[in-house]
Design a protein around this ligand. Structure first.
Ligand SMILES: *[C@@H]1O[C@H](CO)[C@@H](O)[C@H](O)[C@H]1NC(C)=O
Ligand SMILES: *[C@@H]1O[C@H](CO)[C@@H](O)[C@H](O)[C@H]1NC(C)=O
Ligand SMILES: *[C@@H]1O[C@H](CO)[C@@H](O)[C@H](O)[C@H]1NC(C)=O
Length: 179
């Protein structure tokens, strides 16, 4: 019922919104459509490094053997759901930053020999995204990141192991979001 009653006004809103978008599109000069997110890109070739991908996979696999909490998944479509697609790369950049700074680097001495190869490999992506910002539009992304941090903190050491165990999906989502 409520949905039926709402539909005329929501379709009017939809028409208005479409009109605004059209005006915006007409008003924006060509080639200037995404100035803020234009640095949130990685080249496909950067991901075509089978040796490092293999090591990342092996590291994640080893950590996931030690992860006995299978109810919680940190990295997946749910993390990105509701976040505008043009902000996905920025979100994954922040996930990567958290993963490096708060998990991989503190755990550097564990999971050798993989860690010493995988950390620089992932740091390289992080450096290439140094200039990726989305300005003041980032509350939603910050909320997701905070949520991720809180979950990991709540799980304690097993949360950190889980982050390492999910490096491969992290890599896949970074690729999907940024190329
Ligand atoms: C990954 O490396 C392991 C060990 O070096 C090797 O056995 C395996 O075939 C490699 N896998 C791929 C997909 O390259
Ligand atoms: C993580 O982000 C902070 C703040 O932007 C930056 O100073 C730091 O270098 C980043 N760390 C990595 C490993 O990229
Ligand atoms: C796995 O579960 C056991 C028993 O519940 C626990 O003592 C151990 O710390 C867990 N391992 C990790 C890596 O969380």
């Amino acid at each position: 019922m409520a949905a039926l009653q709402n539909s005329p006004s929501s379709s009017l809103l939809g028409t208005l919104a479409a009109g605004c978008l059209l005006l915006l599109a007409l008003w924006m000069p060509w080639g200037a459509s995404a100035p803020i997110t234009s640095n949130c890109r990685l080249d496909k070739s950067e991901f075509q490094r089978p040796y490092f991908i293999n090591l990342t996979f092996s590291l994640a696999e080893e950590a996931s053997f030690a992860d006995n909490n299978t109810d919680v998944r940190l990295i997946g479509d749910k993390l990105l759901r509701g976040v505008h697609a043009k902000h996905h790369c920025y979100l994954m950049k922040q996930v990567l930053n958290f993963t490096l700074e708060e998990v991989l680097i503190p755990y550097y001495d564990k999971f050798q020999p993989y860690m010493k190869e995988v950390v620089p490999f992932l740091e390289d992506f992080s450096h290439k995204l140094d200039q990726c910002h989305i300005g003041n539009d980032d509350q939603q992304v910050q909320k997701r990141i905070q949520n991720l941090k809180d979950t990991v903190k709540m799980l304690g050491e097993s949360g950190e192991i889980k982050v390492i165990g999910e490096l491969y999906p992290l890599f896949i989502h970074l690729r999907k979001a940024c190329i």
